[in-house]
Design a protein around this ligand. Structure first.
Ligand code: NAG
Ligand code: NAG
Ligand code: NAG
Ligand code: NAG
Ligand code: NAG
Ligand code: NAG
Length: 502
């Protein structure tokens, strides 16, 4: 009950009736006056600006058109501030605090889910906290990565989002929120029946884990669409990240079409997965030690061979070189490596570099000073790679982690841009056969190509497996509910149509 009075307080509903019209009139009057004043100033400024810097405006205009030409779905802040949508009028049932866990892309999906939960339960959402203690240990806050103003404003017609919990609910004042992780892969009934009632006793709930807390399928269409709206429109990187991301994209596009290769051959991945194919004995030992050092990585003894044969290992740089070549990429292909440090460094990249001399990464395209401010912030570095990957002509992930899935979904949204979804189980078989001489190169090429002609990010339906959400297609990799606006999904998704759009 008290929570309800909180929201009443916010919206001034309980003001004595006769006061309302006067107050509103005053507010309206002040607004009109200040708008006129602002406009006058602005017109003056523009006029003066034009006198003194006649090319200033045309510069801005050309920048806008340059930016809008980019195949990225990001609105740019240099334009006039967007007019705000009217805020949704609802009685808040309480405050939701969320602490996201994991890397940038896992958190991104979680933020979309949590906005949907807050909307569905009529809650007030506090701007999510990001994970600072994960493997990546990035101290960035939400506002260091995302444009928080845009996030709040662009969703105001759906849900109220505030930057901080009101003071009286602070722990400092002895207020303890109810802390819990919601059950993984839950549907809207769980949130309505199990979570909403908790707010009548506790005014504030703190979800202390957020990865994969919403089902892929079977949710109401409005919720699925809201998850997309947050992902594709409300989450915009900060202008610092966007500026540098666009710069990378411009440099690459200036040299022609390019492939973004998410070469997930990084130390944490190998230690966590136990995939040591192609590593020296010393390296295997080092990876194992790292695995034992992280208590929350549960599997300690891993059979690398078995795992690889099941298609559960990222491709090695050497394997990747052969696969790309078999897929038809040649020495001229510009390849951007969207990843952190490759395990084994240049030594492990040698085979890939020999086949594809035009390999670049952000460190080779930008000056050290430009990257410096992002250097110790893995999520901000990942944001740059995300932007480049979304904008690339072809995106190829060597492992299907969160980055691979989120970028895949984003590219589908931008018109089914080509994403090559490697069939690692099949590829490992083919690679081994090629290596032991039972599959000659020509046949290797044919087999690799035929294994992938339907895995190019074409329109298709998400695979649904009842009661096994982990094995289903991930919602964010193929948010089909959001991909067919203005056209009939059934046409677009019909098998006869798929190849044309690929
Ligand atoms: C919000 O909705 C309530 C109930 O429908 C209504 O009484 C109130 O005037 C609305 N407030 C605003 C600011 O529109
Ligand atoms: C949310 O608010 C709307 C009115 O804005 C109301 O129709 C709906 O029942 C509310 N839902 C919950 C879960 O409070
Ligand atoms: C989340 O809260 C629950 C209940 O207080 C606690 O048992 C659990 O350890 C917490 N998890 C994290 C990741 O903080
Ligand atoms: C990044 O962190 C390392 C080690 O903590 C430190 O030596 C280096 O100066 C930092 N770099 C920047 C640009 O802050
Ligand atoms: C070659 O490798 C494949 C795949 O691992 C295996 O099935 C086959 O038996 C091997 N053949 C020879 C001659 O070693
Ligand atoms: C393919 O999709 C387009 C666009 O929705 C539609 O006009 C066309 O009829 C579809 N073709 C088939 C064979 O479904």
């Amino acid at each position: 009950m008290e929570v309800r009075s909180e929201s009443v307080h916010v919206r001034c509903e309980k003001l004595p009736a006769p006061v309302i019209p006067r107050t509103r009139l005053q507010v309206w009057f002040i607004r009109v006056c200040s708008s006129i004043l602002l406009w006058t100033c602005l017109v003056q400024l523009v006029a003066v600006g034009e006198l003194w810097h006649p090319h200033l405006l045309s510069n801005i205009t050309s920048r806008i058109s340059q930016i809008t030409q980019l195949p990225l779905h990001v609105e740019v802040a240099v334009q006039t501030p967007p007019s705000l949508l009217p805020a949704r009028n609802y009685t808040s049932n309480g405050f939701l605090i969320v602490s996201c866990n994991g890397g940038l892309n896992q958190m991104r999906a979680a933020i979309c889910d949590m906005v949907a939960v807050a909307r569905f339960l009529n809650l007030t959402l506090v701007v999510p906290e990001l994970d600072k203690s994960s493997f990546w240990a990035d101290p960035s806050n939400f506002h260091d990565i995302f444009d928080v103003r845009h996030f709040i404003d662009s969703l105001r017609d759906e849900v109220r989002i505030i930057r901080r919990l009101p003071k009286r609910y602070n722990r400092k004042y002895g207020f303890i929120p109810l802390e819990m992780p919601p059950v993984s892969w839950s549907n809207e009934k769980y949130y309505m029946e199990q979570i909403l009632p908790l707010f009548s006793k506790h005014k504030v709930l703190h979800f202390n884990k957020t990865d994969a807390r919403m089902a892929n399928n079977g949710l109401p269409l409005e919720l699925q669409k809201l998850r997309c709206r947050v992902n594709f429109r409300a989450l915009k990187f900060t202008s610092q990240i966007e500026t540098l991301g666009y710069k990378l994209v411009h440099i690459l596009q200036g040299k022609g079409p390019f492939v973004a290769l998410h070469l997930r051959y990084e130390m944490d991945m190998l230690a966590f997965s136990g995939c040591t194919h192609g590593c020296t004995e010393g390296e295997s030992e080092e990876l194992k030690q790292m695995r034992y050092a992280y208590p929350w990585w549960r599997d300690k003894e891993i059979d690398s061979k078995l795992k690889r044969s099941q298609g559960l290992c990222p491709l090695t740089p050497e394997e990747t070189a052969l696969v790309l070549k078999a897929l038809g990429f040649d020495k001229e292909t510009q390849i951007y490596i969207a990843a952190g440090e490759i395990y084994g460094g240049e030594r492990r990249l040698a085979a890939l570099r020999a086949e594809f001399p035009q390999i670049v990464k952000k460190e080779t395209l930008l000056a050290p000073e430009e990257l410096q401010q992002f250097q110790n912030h893995s999520s901000q570095m990942a944001a740059l790679d995300f932007m480049v990957s979304v904008a690339s002509n072809t995106f190829i992930p060597t492992y299907d982690g969160n980055m691979a899935k989120l970028v895949e979904g984003h590219r589908r949204y931008l018109g089914f841009k080509k994403t090559i979804l490697l069939d690692r189980k099949r590829l490992v078989e083919l690679l081994d056969m090629h290596h032991n001489g039972t599959l000659p190169w020509d046949e290797f090429i044919v087999s690799v190509q035929s294994a992938h002609d339907k895995r190019m990010g074409q329109p298709n339906r998400r695979k649904v497996i009842a009661d096994k959400p982990k094995e289903e297609d991930y919602f964010y990799a193929n948010p089909q509910e959001c991909l067919c606006e203005g056209t009939s999904c059934d046409d677009l998704l019909s098998p006869g149509n798929s190849s044309k759009l690929g």
